[in-house]
Structures are given as C-alpha cells and as structure tokens.
Design a protein around this ligand. Structure first.
Ligand code: ZN
Length: 424
C-alpha cells in the first residue's frame, strides 16, 4: 500500500514521556490502536466475569532518531518471568534455527575453541544445534520454567534478564562471546540502551553479534498493524538499529532479509574501530531502500494510521455482510497478533463464533478482551463453518493447505492482512 507524503501524523492526546533511546520528548503518534489487554493473558472460564486490565496501545515515533516505540506500561518481569511460549513447538522455527547454525558456523569458522552466547535462548531450540557440533554455548533466559526445559537438553542456561550487569558478571565468570546472538529479543526490551550496552561488554575482541527482528519497512508496506502489542516495545529499521549500536561502540556492517514474522532483518555487528569490517553491499542496499521510503524522517511514518483505519473498515464490512447472510465464521489460531486485531476492530463472538489453536495450553481458555473461546483444531471439522478467519496470516499458505478439507462443505478462508482476501 502507498500513502500520501502530504499526510500528517496524528496528534498526541496523552502524556507521553521520552524516547527510550535518545531521550527526546515523544510528540508524534505513529498509530493509536486504543486500549488493549496484554496479548498473552488468555483467560479461564472462572475469570470471565472478573475485571481485566487494558493498557493504551499507542505507538509513537521519535522526531530525533525515528525509533517507533510503545511506552512500557507492563514490566518485562510481568511478561517474561513465567512465559508460556516454547520455541520448540514450531517446526518451521526449528528448521530456521538449524539452518542459521550451519550458516554462521561456516561463516565465522566456529569450533570447539569458540564460545557462543544466546540472549533469550528460550528452551534451547537453537543452541542444541551448536551443542551437536561440539561448540561450547551458553543461554541467557529470563523465564525460569522455559530455562529448565533447556537444561534438561543439556544446554547450560543462566536465568536472568540481559543488560550491563548480567553481561559483566558473565564476562567475569565465563569469558567473552565470539558469537553473541539474539532472535526476537531486541524489540522486546524496554531498556534498549542497557541491553545494547551489555552486548558491548560481553562481545570478545573480533567477535560477531547477530540479531533478528521484524523489519519496520515490511510492517508499513504490509499493513501489519497487528504485530503491535505490549510485549513489543520497539519497532525497528536498519537505520535506527545502526544508530543505537554506534552509540554503544558497535558497528552494524551486514544484513540478511529473512521471511520470519512477515519479513525480518538479521543484522551482523562487530566492535567499532579501525579493525571494523566494511559495510557490505546488502547493508547499503537495505539502508538506501529505507531512505527511499523516508524511514529516516517523520514523513515516512505519516499515513500509516489512516491506512490502518481503512483496513479495520474493510474487515468489518466483510464480516458484517457475511453475518447478515447468516454465515458461520470460525477463527484459526490464537496468536498475540490476533488479539491486537480483534480488540482494535471490536470483533467478538457476535462475528467470530470461536477460534482454534494447536497449543494445548490455550484450549478451553478465552481470548483476552474479546472473550472468544479457544478449542482444539478438530472443532472445525465438527462444526463445518462457512468461513475460517486466519489470524496468523504469516502462515496462511500452510494453514490453507492443512485445512483444505473445509472445501468439502464449500468452506472458504478469510485472510485479513495486508488486505481482506477471501480464498475459495
Ligand atoms: Zn529518539
């Protein structure tokens, strides 16, 4: 989708605070999705008539550094100390991890004499592949229950939130890291300066950092407003990350564009200084593309808010028209992003009868805010809905294939993002 450059950013309507990187006052709204409950707080039958906390889901863009960010209403301790997400449940994510380990081992020439440290190592889904190759590794993971799962796989895991203090302690006790990596963690830390400052401390001289995070350019282009939720404190471009790293004495020099989470970046960084690697062709191309999209100034962020409102209207038009014809509509999936979309659009059981999910932790629970019930996937074959509304749209091809049997009774799919699409 394109948007008019002449369009202005929406006005700020609440007290906002300061940019978590550069400290400038936040004066510009990127998009305001209203009030929303924390997206991983699935609720039980008993909790249905209790009060639920809702927090503002409003993303700001900093006029100084262009970092798009939420304010931190919920602490990472509340969100991540006892996390229900185990990376090893996702087969495609495991394949992604395995491929990465093969690639980076070759590229850096890692061996039994190297040390790999992963920040937010979850259940050891990735480090297990370094262990297989006999490369010493250490995980850092704040959720004690998830870290326990890694330890039973024989992967040493330090239970802590990462920052300068943890980095200094590990450097003293274990030594610095030749490869320091973190996937989908940079966007999840409120204290981004303490986090990147910690990486500077833990990285060995001549060592390499790699980090993966969803790409801001894809978020705007793909209308992915539902990837905004309270657990994601920052929304990152290559240009912004380069700036943050440089401030802490780290040099981002290369980048891969990868398919995960609707389009992500994997960056490569080293210590800054005379020995630093030169910026690669890939790096320069991605940064030039961001500049062409004006992501290095406020104008690149204008127009997204009205694009989001238009998408909401389209989704509601579609669902209301089908409901007026008496059609049965079921959801597929109960991902965090689904909760942003459903709460923002005001979709409840009036429009979506129920949803299903493969994760047994979510069965017989209800979605936060909208209270849509969650069942095992078999429910779809039992009730034969006319339409299946796909919430994790980034896996739509996989899901359409898996549920091909709904065509036996004339069932169709609805994909809400980037634009409403009905697949027959
Ligand atoms: Zn800033």
């Amino acid at each position: 989708m394109t948007h008019s450059m002449a369009e202005k950013l929406p006005e700020v309507r609440a007290s906002t605070g300061n940019c978590r990187f550069c400290g400038a006052p936040l004066r510009h709204v990127f998009v305001d999705l209203g009030m929303s409950p924390p997206c991983e707080s699935y609720i039980s039958f008993e909790q249905l008539n209790h009060v639920e906390p809702f927090y503002p889901l409003c993303a700001y863009v900093c006029e100084q550094c262009c970092l798009v960010q939420l304010q931190d209403y919920i602490s990472p301790q509340e969100i991540f100390s006892h996390y229900a997400y185990f990376s090893s449940y996702s087969t495609s994510w495991l394949t992604h991890a395995k491929d990465y380990v093969a690639m980076i081992t070759r590229r850096l020439g890692l061996s039994a004499g190297s040390r790999v440290v992963e920040i937010a190592s979850n259940d050891g889904y990735l480090l297990q592949y370094f262990k297989e190759r006999g490369i010493p590794c250490l995980g850092i993971e704040p959720a004690a229950n998830v870290a326990e799962a890694a330890k039973t796989k024989g992967i040493p895991t330090h239970v802590a939130f990462f920052g300068r203090e943890t980095a200094q302690r590990l450097r003293d006790d274990v030594g610095p890291a030749d490869l320091l990596l973190g996937n989908n963690v940079l966007a999840h830390v409120p204290a981004i300066n303490d986090f990147v400052g910690g990486m500077k401390i833990l990285l060995a001289p001549g060592g390499t950092i790699t980090m993966e995070f969803p790409h801001m350019a894809r978020l705007i282009e793909g209308n992915q407003f539902d990837t905004i939720y309270h657990e994601h404190f920052s929304y990152l471009s290559l240009g912004v990350v380069e700036k943050i790293f440089a401030h802490h004495g780290l040099n981002v020099f290369d980048v891969d564009e990868i398919w995960t989470h609707g389009g992500s970046l994997r960056i490569y960084a080293s210590h800054s200084g005379p020995e630093e690697p030169a910026k690669t062709k890939n790096f320069l191309a991605v940064r030039a593309d961001e500049e062409a999209r004006q992501l290095n100034r406020l104008t690149g962020y204008a127009g997204f808010a009205s694009q989001v409102v238009e998408t909401k209207f389209q989704i509601l038009d579609c669902l209301i028209a089908l409901r007026r014809k008496g059609k049965a509509i079921a959801g597929y999936g109960a991902p965090g992003k689904g909760n942003t979309l459903l709460n923002y659009c005001g979709i409840r059981t009036d429009m979506l009868d129920y949803t299903v999910d493969r994760n047994p932790f979510k069965h017989n629970k209800y979605l936060p805010g909208t209270h849509i019930p969650i069942y095992p996937p078999e429910k779809i074959a039992e009730t034969k809905p006319d339409y299946v509304f796909i919430l994790p749209w980034n896996f739509k091809d996989e899901i359409v294939k898996q549920l091909a049997f709904i065509r036996e009774w004339g069932g169709k799919f609805i994909v809400p993002i980037p634009q409403v699409e009905v697949i027959g």
